[in-house]
Design a protein around this ligand. Structure first.
Ligand code: NDP
Length: 383
C-alpha cells in the first residue's frame, strides 16, 4: 500500500487521479486532499477515500468543510499555512494539481519532504524555475511530469541520454480557435474559450489552450525539465491530440508517445511509475482515426508562444512575471473585463514595463509573483 496526497483534489486533474485510485482502492492510503473552497465536494471525497485530513485554502470555507465532515474523524483545516503543512505531511506520492502560482508553496513543501511529486501545476514550475529545481536536487525528490506532453517526452527519453537529443517537439491541439480569423478572435467569448475540442479541463488551462499560452508555458516547463537548450525545443500543431510529443535523436530516430486525449493516461504513468497500471481508457484505434495531421504554429494570430520563448530566453524573473500577468489577464477575460486578444497584449505590456531581478528563494518568487499581479491590475484599471 502506498500513501498519496492530492493537492487540488476537486479539480479536473484531481478528479482523474482519484478516478484511477478508486479502481485500485486497496493499494492506496490517502493522506491529504485539498481544495480552494469547494467544501462539499472536498468533504465527499475525503469521506469516500478516508483521508487523514481535508484542507481548504480559503479559510472562509472552513466552517462548511467542518460541518460536512462532522463526526467522520477526518481532520479539517483552512488557510495557506494549513495547506502548506498538509502538503508537508509524509506521503509516498504527492499529486500537485492546484491551478496557478497558488500551488507553488504547497508544491515546494512536498518537494522539500523529499519523496515523489507528480507535477501537473505547470505555473509553479514556470514561476519558480531554478528555485524549484534546486530544491528537487537538494532534497533528492523524484519529480514526475503529469502534463501529457512532458509525460510523453519523459517516456520517450527513458533509458536515453539527453546529450543524444537533436530536438524535442511539443504537440499542440491549437485549441478551439485554431482556425479563427484575427477578426473572429477579437470577439471570442469565455464560453467559447473554455469549450476545448479534445480535452476536458479546468477553465484557466482551457483559456490558456485557446490563446496558446498553455503551449508557451509548456515550452518553459520543458526547458526546465529537459535541459537540451531552447533552440532544440519546438512546437507543432496537431489537431487530433493523439501524438502527445516527440523526441528526435541525433541518429535521425524520432520516438513519439501516442494515446487517447485523456489525462488518466499520463496520470496513470505517474501513479504506477516505474511500472504500469490498467486504465479504463479505450485503446487507440488508428485505422478508425484515419489520419493524423501536423502544421506549423501561427505566431501572428497566437503571439503567446513567442512571448513565452522570449521569457525563457531572458530567464531570471521573466517567466514568473509572464505567468502572473497571464493569470490576471485570463481571470479578467473570464469575468468579461477584457477581450480575448487583450490577454497576450497585456502580458507583453507587463513584461516590457516590469523586469525585476532574478528570484533566489521561494519567498522571492512569491513576492515577485505578487508584484507582477499588482502591475497587471494597474494596467487593467488604465484600460
Ligand atoms: P481546475 O480548475 O479544474 O482545478 C483546480 C484545483 O485547484 C481545484 O481543486 C481548486 O479548488 C484548487 N484551487 C484553485 N485555486 C486555488 C488556490 N488559490 N489555492 C489552493 N487551491 C486552489 O484545474 P485543472 O485540474 O484543470 O488544472 C490543475 C493544474 O494542472 C493546472 O496547473 C493546469 O495547468 C494543469 N494541467 C491540467 C490539465 C487538465 O487536463 N486539466 C492537463 C495538464 C496540466 P476548488 O475546486 O475549491 O476551486
Amino acid at each position: 500500500m502506498r500513501s498519496l496526497t492530492v493537492l487540488g483534489a476537486t479539480g479536473s486533474v484531481g478528479a482523474s487521479t482519484l478516478d484511477l485510485v478508486r479502481r485500485e482502492r486497496e493499494q492506496w492510503r490517502i493522506v491529504a486532499l485539498t481544495a480552494n473552497c469547494q467544501a462539499a465536494e472536498l468533504a465527499a471525497l475525503a469521506r469516500e477515500f478516508s483521508a487523514e485530513i481535508a484542507v481548504v485554502a480559503d479559510e472562509s470555507c472552513l466552517p462548511d468543510l467542518r460541518a460536512a465532515l462532522a463526526g467522520s474523524g477526518i481532520e479539517t483545516a483552512g488557510g495557506t499555512a494549513a495547506l502548506i503543512a498538509a502538503a508537508a505531511r509524509p506521503a509516498d506520492l504527492t499529486l500537485a494539481a492546484i491551478v496557478g502560482c497558488a500551488g507553488l508553496a504547497p508544491t515546494m513543501a512536498a518537494i522539500e519532504r523529499g519523496a515523489t511529486v507528480a507535477l501537473a501545476n505547470k505555473e509553479a514550475l514556470v514561476s519558480a524555475g531554478a528555485v524549484m529545481l534546486a530544491a528537487v536536487a537538494r532534497h533528492r525528490t523524484t519529480l514526475l511530469p503529469v502534463d501529457s506532453e512532458h509525460n510523453a517526452i519523459f517516456q520517450c527519453l527513458a533509458g536515453n541520454d539527453l546529450a543524444q537529443v537533436r530536438s524535442i517537439t511539443l504537440t499542440a491541439s491549437g485549441g478551439p480557435f485554431r482556425d479563427w480569423s484575427p477578426a473572429q478572435l477579437t470577439k471570442a467569448t469565455p464560453a467559447q474559450a473554455v469549450k476545448h475540442p479534445n480535452w476536458n479541463m479546468g477553465a484557466k488551462i482551457s483559456v490558456d489552450s485557446a490563446t496558446m499560452f498553455n503551449k508557451g508555458l509548456e515550452l518553459i516547463e520543458a526547458h526546465y525539465l529537459f535541459p537540451v537548450g531552447l533552440e532544440r525545443l519546438r512546437i507543432v500543431v496537431h489537431p487530433q491530440s493523439v501524438v502527445h510529443s516527440m523526441v528526435e535523436y541525433r541518429d535521425g530516430s524520432t520516438l513519439a508517445q501516442l494515446g487517447p486525449s485523456d489525462m488518466r493516461v499520463p496520470i496513470a504513468s505517474c501513479l504506477a511509475w516505474p511500472g504500469r497500471m490498467e486504465t479504463p481508457c479505450a485503446p487507440l484505434d488508428l485505422a478508425k482515426l484515419g489520419e493524423l495531421t501536423f502544421r506549423a504554429a501561427d505566431e501572428e494570430r497566437f503571439p503567446a508562444t513567442a512571448l513565452c520563448r522570449a521569457a525563457a530566453e531572458a530567464g531570471g524573473a521573466a517567466p514568473a512575471v509572464l505567468n502572473a500577468a497571464n493569470e490576471i489577464a485570463v481571470a479578467a477575460f473570464l469575468s468579461g473585463q477584457i477581450a480575448f486578444t487583450r490577454i497576450a497584449v497585456m502580458v507583453a505590456q507587463v513584461m516590457s514595463r516590469y523586469s525585476p531581478s532574478a528570484p533566489a528563494s521561494l519567498d522571492d518568487v512569491i513576492a515577485l509573483d505578487h508584484a507582477a499581479r499588482v502591475q497587471t491590475r494597474e494596467l487593467l484599471e488604465l484600460a
